[in-house]
Each structure stands twice: as structure tokens, then as C-alpha cells.
Design a protein around this ligand. Structure first.
Ligand code: SF4
Length: 305
């Protein structure tokens, strides 16, 4: 089923089966945001790892949060009814969430939502991949270094569309490059490069410098057949400096909490997963109401014309 959504940039059509987006920009400026396109659903804050730079302070001792199989499914169905295009599950480690693979299967079967998940990849079994190949549009795997990339061997080539997330920390350009090359040699072609930001356990001095961020297009240009994107902040920085490449997003982000919003493990709706501000969901049917509150808060934060 092809869905259409009114956006400030035009009328967007989306087909989850093929992943094709078509934006009719002759309608640009006609509407404001009425719903987010995608929801990042931090379904748990527990993780089997305890990375020093984790923006969510996740770990084995982190709380499970408010979600269980039934309430997570109910929220997804509510988002589907509202007309959201898709949900990206994350954490923590989503594969620690009880019945996570079953949840993906059920959401795919009973809604028209596009589904993605971000994972460290360690806990994913062959039997999970056999199910997920029919109900997950993309599995994003975080890879920290060239040795860590070896986990891709068991994930790529099993029918699931696997993409790689890389993290750029200060002084870490060479590490990103060598990790990217190792992932590439294992068959990865789709990359998202995220900058380390001061949140959770990561600190301000772990954030890359502007000069390091400016080096990213040069690094990526040495690969001719990869897809690559950045976090929104890095994308905007590069765009503001005149970098226009096929890896740039078409959106001129008009503020956090409009096109994409985050739902957290403890039941808050936030403009981004890094934001400290959030509005609690009263129940799983409350999302549209909370989204409108976020839009109002965003409008108030804009400078007066
Ligand atoms: S960065 Fe990812 S893998 Fe590491 S502790 Fe946080 S959620 Fe887990």
C-alpha cells in the first residue's frame, strides 16, 4: 500500500515494500507538519554492552522501562492509524526486549508501517534473521572498530537489508575510515556516520571537531558505490558550507520534533532522543495529542517574524 503524507516540502508518497519515496514539491509551502514521518522507538534501555560513549547510558543494569509486548504493539498500531510512515526500533539493545522479533512480525503483518531496527548485532540469531527478512526494511548495525565489524559476517547475506552505523569521536577519523573499509570488504554498502554528542556517558570532549566533520565528504568520496548519510546536525553543517552531494537529505530541517520524533523507554515523546525535554504519553492512543503539543512548543521556540 502506498501512503501519502502532507509535508511543508510537498506531498510525499511512500511505498514500504520498495522503500521508494516520491516528493511532489509543487505543493511545497501549502501545509505545515501534521504528523511525523518516522518515530524512533527506544523500546528498552537495557543493553548487553556498556560503551563508554553511550548517549543513552545503556547497560545491563538499566531499567526495562514502561514497554512490554502488548503496549509496544498497541503504540505501533496507534501510530499506523495516525498515518506515521514508519517506526525505527532502538535502545539500548532492542534484541533484549522480550519477544522483539515476534513484535516486528506482528507489526508488519497488522499495520502498514515501515519497520527498521538499530542494534549492536551481537545477540541476533540466524533464526531471527529468517523471520526478519520478511518484516524489517532495514537492520542498522552499530560497528565500533574493524575487529567488531566481523559480526557482519553472520548478518549480511541472509536476506535482511543490513546497513552500518559508525560513530565519529574526537581524534577518531582514522578509526572511522578503517572501520568503514573493513565493513565494505564484508559487503556493507549503506552507512550512517554519527558524531559523538555530549549526552549520557559521552562527554563534550569526545565530540569531533568541526575540522574533523568537514573531512567526512572527502573520506566518503573515495568510495564510489556506497550510500552514506550523517546525523542531522552534521548534515546541516555540511549543507551550510555548500556541500551538496547525493548523500545529503532533501529536507531543510525546520526543527527537532517535526519530521521525526522519539518515544523513549520510559514513555516520553521527545523532539530527539538527545533532548532532555519530553512529554509523557498518557496511553498508547495519546500520541497525536502529544505530537501537537510538541509542534506548539516548537512554534513558540522559533524567532518572531
Ligand atoms: S552505544 Fe549502543 S551498544 Fe553501546 S551501550 Fe549504548 S546502546 Fe548499547
Amino acid at each position: 500500500m502506498i501512503r501519502s503524507v502532507k509535508t511543508p516540502y510537498g506531498l510525499l508518497f511512500f511505498d514500504r515494500q520498495s522503500g521508494i519515496h516520491i516528493l511532489l514539491d509543487e505543493y511545497a509551502g501549502r501545509w505545515g507538519w501534521e504528523k511525523p514521518l518516522f518515530v524512533q522507538f527506544q523500546i528498552t534501555n537495557r543493553c548487553n554492552m556498556h560503551c563508554a560513549f553511550c548517549y543513552a547510558s545503556s547497560g545491563s543494569d538499566s531499567g526495562d522501562g514502561v514497554w512490554n509486548y502488548d503496549s509496544a504493539l498497541a503504540l505501533c498500531r496507534s501510530l499506523d492509524s495516525f498515518g506515521v510512515l514508519g517506526v525505527a526500533f532502538g535502545g539500548g539493545e532492542p534484541f533484549l526486549f522480550p519477544r522483539f522479533v515476534e513484535l516486528c512480525k506482528e507489526v508488519w503483518k497488522t499495520t502498514n508501517l515501515d519497520l527498521g531496527a538499530t542494534s549492536n548485532g551481537v545477540l541476533i540469531r540466524d533464526s531471527d534473521l529468517a523471520i526478519l527478512k520478511d518484516c524489517l526494511s532495514q537492520l542498522r548495525v552499530s560497528v565500533w572498530n574493524p575487529v567488531d565489524a566481523n559480526k557482519l559476517k553472520k548478518l549480511i547475506g541472509n536476506g535482511v537489508n543490513v546497513a552500518v552505523n559508525l560513530l565519529l569521536q574526537r581524534g577518531g577519523l582514522k578509526l572511522v575510515e578503517t572501520t568503514l573499509r573493513r565493513c565494505y570488504s564484508l559487503g556493507a554498502r549503506d552507512f550512517l556516520i554519527l558524531r559523538c554528542q555530549a549526552a549520557g556517558r559521552s562527554t563534550r570532549n569526545m565530540a569531533p571537531t568541526l575540522d574533523e566533520l568537514r573531512e567526512l565528504p572527502r573520506l566518503l568520496s573515495t568510495f564510489k558505490d556506497i550510500m552514506a548519510g550523517f546525523d542531522v546536525g552534521t548534515g546541516l553543517l555540511l549543507k551550510s558550507e555548500g556541500v551538496e552531494r547525493d548523500f545529503m537529505q532533501p529536507w531543510n530541517e525546520d526543527g527537532a520534533g517535526t519530521r521525526v520524533v522519539a518515544v523513549t523507554y520510559d514513555g516520553l515523546v521527545k523532539p530527539t532522543s538527545f533532548c532532555s525535554f519530553g512529554i509523557p504519553l498518557r496511553n498508547t492512543d495519546d500520541f497525536a495529542n502529544v505530537y501537537n503539543q510538541l509542534l506548539t512548543a516548537h512554534a513558540k521556540s522559533l524567532p518572531a517574524p
